[in-house]
Design a protein around this ligand. Sequence first.
Ligand SMILES: [Zn+2]
Length: 58
Amino acid sequence: MAVPKKKMSRSRTRSRKAAWKVHAPRPVACERCGQPKLPHRACRECGTYAGREVIETE
Ligand SMILES: [Zn+2]
């Protein structure tokens, strides 16, 4: 198992944690209907993912 060779300083740990920020996923436009959708998710409006229909819509 990998073990750290030196103790990491408090400021180094805290500066690394300060650089990592949570951000909301940026909505992208659906390539078929143009509605905003989340990336890497099927479109809720037309039910397509990567150009083919994957979920049923009414
Ligand atoms: Zn769509």
